[in-house]
Write a protein that binds this ligand. Structure first.
Ligand code: NAP
Length: 238
């Protein structure tokens, strides 16, 4: 693996993405990550509005993910080794299933295609536990379609996917169903053992750690992490 990494991240303002951005910017100068990770030379955040973060290694590019030419230009400029996708919305927020698909499927696939054309070595994305093209649940089916689309692309170091169950973190926006589920999950975490590990709630920062470890430390190849393997990757389970 190239010792110096150039990162592109989409969704850097979100729950997982902002934690990932923070970890990468904290560790990038000294390589002072939990172990001897390669140095992160630059981080380009593709955003739709400014993040309000100032860091000498952070470059912000405002893009419309539906504009393939603009996306390609941004990726060409960044010359990324690793591209992370933490994009996502909810059907309620997007307003329709079609609008949800645009954010959770079309945008990540457009990003991945532009990343491959720009020479990225690997692509990493957050999808979800239950992702399955054949699922009868719309959300899981869209996530499955995304995974299938990504696996058609031949990144030299592969596509790495993480499958969180419910994400634990602090949102400015209110999502009452998520808040209720978080409370229930916290109370019942110990029940999620064995085959039920995959449904155990996980903190936003833990998913971010897992993604960063997957990029910097895992061997090349397509891999999907969920349940215990996801917690292990984040350095949290034994
Ligand atoms: N929440 C959960 O419990 C859960 C569970 C399993 C899997 N997941 C999946 O994990 C991923 C990350 O989730 P999260 O909760 O961290 O997401 P999040 O906090 O909702 O953040 C989503 C990110 O996507 C960006 N985004 C949304 N719509 C966009 C658009 N039209 N154009 C450009 N950017 C747009 C947001 O940018 P702005 O800040 O500009 O809006 C933000 O950076 C998602 O794919 C989600 O489906 C979530």
């Amino acid at each position: 693996m190239t010792e110096t990494r150039r990162i592109v991240i989409a969704g850097g303002s979100g729950l997982v993405g902002s934690q990932l951005l923070r970890l990468m910017l904290d560790t990038s100068r000294s390589g002072a990550s939990p172990t001897d990770a390669p140095e992160i030379e630059s981080v380009t955040a593709l955003v739709r509005r400014p993040l309000g973060i100032s860091n000498p290694r952070l470059h912000e590019v405002i893009v419309d993910f539906a504009d393939a030419a603009a996306l390609r230009a941004a990726l060409d400029e960044a010359r990324p080794t690793d591209v992370f996708c933490c994009l996502g919305t909810t059907i309620a927020k997007a307003g329709s299933q079609a609008a949800f698909r645009a954010v959770d499927l079309d945008a990540p696939l457009a990003l991945a295609r532009a990343a491959l054309e720009a020479g990225a070595e690997q692509f990493l994305a957050v999808t979800a536990v239950g992702a399955d093209v054949k699922s009868s649940v719309f959300y899981n089916r869209v996530k499955g379609e995304l995974e299938a689309g990504l696996h058609e692309l031949s990144f030299p170091r592969g596509v790495k996917l993480v499958h969180p169950s419910l994400l634990l973190g602090h949102r400015a926006e209110r999502r009452p169903a998520e808040l209720f589920a978080m409370g229930a999950m916290r109370l019942s975490a110990r029940l999620f053992a064995g085959p039920l590990w995959r449904y155990r709630a996980i903190k936003d920062v833990q998913v971010a750690q897992a993604l960063l470890h997957a990029a910097l430390r895992e061997p090349p190849g397509d891999r999907t992490y969920e349940g215990k393997s996801l917690f292990l990757l984040a350095g949290l389970a034994s």
